[in-house]
Design a protein around this ligand. Sequence first.
Ligand SMILES: N[C@@H](CC(=O)c1ccccc1NC=O)C(=O)O
Length: 368
Amino acid sequence: MTDSGMICMEHRYGTHELQKIAVWRFPEEARARFYEASLTNERGEMKYWFVYLHGGAWRDPRITHFSAEPSINALCQSTIAHADGTAGSSPMRGRIAGVASISYRLSPHPKYRQETAPNRDDKDRVRNARHPDHIDDVRKALKFLDSHYGFDGTFSYVLVGHSVGATMGLQYVMELPREKGAGRRGPFPGPEPHAVVGVEGLYDLPGLVKRCGDGYREFIAGAYGEEKELWEKMSPALLQEDWLEDGRTYNRLCHLVVLGWSPDDELVDGGEIDAMEETLRKWYFGVTKVSRNLEGSHDGIVEDGEAIARLLVSTVEELDKIQDHLGRPSLHRAMARRRIANEEATSFTQGRFVVDAPGDDEPEGATN
Ligand SMILES: N[C@@H](CC(=O)c1ccccc1NC=O)C(=O)O
């Protein structure tokens, strides 16, 4: 048990040493099967899973799934505004269904020796991942979590990434890489988060190298190879078309992107969050929230955990507002039902929700 009062359990989602997930749950829920666990708390407020993707430039072996611990502890000690808008606040613990943190295979790091063990199969220990291994592992881990904990259409989750974890969080929800003009219609190809949160993220890989220098080229090439076209394709800020064919939701759940950056970040400059925000404002159909006033250095933010916890609390507060717009029953149940029935209960125009009530005239601004 950690300071959070939660019980931690480790899963493997592959044979590699790094294909591991840590899952934290409160003792009372750790005993329940996911279909028995409550989707809401005693105030009727939705509970969320939080899934963390760590950073470390796709290669730093010192950073693992356990680097999420300070943020989890801080999150569990936070309070949050009431979902129904009444004055006061409640403990954040009441809004947490569980927390998961994903490790994924890493690329080689020039400074760290590769360990090998005589009695083990080296391929399951060596750090020689190359794109798409990292993002493939993230997808595989999310599918694992979905099937074991039921958070697609049952529970909702918030995907949060730090540094290149943020890069991959955005890559995941934007379904990168994608061919230009390919468009996206059908269902999302995995468990889709209700919100994605990027902290000190890298979003424009060629831009970062151009502005910040060759030290960055080294680790990006280590993960993706030298092919610059691939760097562009995998850069969330460089997507220059709607996330979806015609900018509407069609069965999508991810209605919120939250970006955070600290001016004290000595490794990632403000150009990254600027580029990502610009792209979101132009091409994203959902709500974008941006904070450029986090406190702490690039890694200090993770070691401390407070800033990430605060960002996650404000993410849930924002999701509560969005849910309010969509009306009761709760967003995820409505969405799950909609997914099953394959009906369009809501349509969504650039940056704002439009709720279609049966018999209503076509809402202004919505194009069918
Ligand atoms: N500690 C890392 C460096 C690192 O993590 C990093 C460096 C510059 C910009 C972003 C970074 N990390 C993002 O995940 C390393 O030793 O390669």
